[in-house]
Write a protein that binds this ligand. Structure first.
Ligand code: AMP
Length: 307
């Protein structure tokens, strides 16, 4: 089974209470692709980069089964740049800079070799770009999931509401669910979002786990309690990449299998936060992933007698 992933390939500058980085490689598409490639190959990436994006990073992605035919290279512009500063609790952050650069005129076209993919993960990007990708596909994938963020709600809410009508699943965090609906109760917000188009909704709650909503069903998975969270950047994208990687690997879009996907996504996200940028994702082994998924099973598994 193949998976198309769409997102930014970028530079980030990050400040956390543990330290500060200069420009390092980041971007939603990078995190999604690194996470998903542990489960499914090929990962067919769609993105845009400038002259400054490192060739070694592209080589590393190719080696992991990430196809880059859909990544446009603009020779005279810089790659997308984002900078953020995390608060003491690491759950919230301020955006310090968003330089769109190449992203300002991104109009993706889908390579013929990508057509027919069964799964599509629309990473955080302008809603118009997300919609273009859907409309350029000759065949509708079995499952289309998308991510978004406050930046697009503030600058392109009308377009965002249009894309939502075309996707099967939305994956966002709790603050974004509240912002999208204006509702403080996550259950009410979930109901409202399920009326906007997607049949499935995942709400991520950072260190407090994630919720999956579908019809009247709800599933909750905790996050692994970690001693140190070093850098949460990309954790949401890594979650989405792990989730869709699992779904594409199994080809099974049942609610039961989505529950397993959430555990896989949560396990991958727990690695991502252990080091700055995507570096931990690049060194993680299959054995470590399996052991962490087992840790999740042990964390939530219990027997109870109801009398
Ligand atoms: P996350 O921590 O999962 O929300 O994702 C962080 C990644 O999203 C960073 O690597 C950024 O490069 C990327 N990013 C930040 N703002 C935007 C934006 N407006 N559009 C697309 N990608 C973004």
């Amino acid at each position: 089974m193949s998976l198309i992933t769409v997102g930014t390939m970028a530079f980030d500058a990050i400040e956390t209470p543990f330290g500060k980085t200069d420009k390092i490689v980041g971007g939603s598409g990078v995190y999604v692709a690194y996470a998903a490639s542990n489960f499914v190959k090929p990962v067919q990436q769609i993105s845009i980069i400038g002259y400054d994006f490192p060739e070694e990073e592209l080589a590393e992605m190719r080696e992991r089964g990430v196809w880059l035919d859909g990544v446009e290279v603009v020779k005279d512009k810089k790659s997308f740049f984002w900078s953020g500063r995390y608060h003491e609790d690491m759950n919230s952050r301020d955006t310090l800079a968003t330089d769109l650069n190449v992203l300002a005129d991104f109009d993706p076209s889908i390579p013929d070799s990508y057509q027919g993919a069964e799964f599509l993960m629309l990473g955080n990007l302008a809603p118009k770009v997300q919609l273009n990708v859907i409309q350029e596909l000759n065949e509708r994938p079995k499952l289309i999931a998308m991510d978004t963020m406050n930046f697009w709600m503030e600058s392109a809410m009308a377009d965002l509401k249009i894309v939502l009508k075309y996707v099967d699943m939305l994956i966002i965090n709790d603050a974004e669910a509240k912002q999208l609906t204006g509702m403080y109760s996550l259950v009410k917000a979930a109901k409202a979002i399920l009326q906007m188009g997607p049949k499935y909704l995942i709400i991520k709650k950072g260190e407090h786990g994630a919720l999956l909503f579908h019809g009247n069903e709800v599933f909750f998975a905790p996050a692994l309690p970690l001693e140190d969270v070093f850098d949460p950047t990309g954790a949401g994208d890594t979650f989405a990449g792990g989730f869709m990687g699992h779904i594409a690997k199994t080809g099974d879009i049942s609610f039961e299998n989505m529950k397993r996907g959430i555990i896989v996504g949560s396990a991958m996200a727990s690695f991502c936060v252990e080091k700055f940028g995507p570096s931990r994702l690049k060194e993680v082994t299959k054995e470590e992933i399996d052991a962490r998924i087992q840790q999740f099973k042990d964390l939530v598994n219990f027997e109870i007698e109801l009398t």
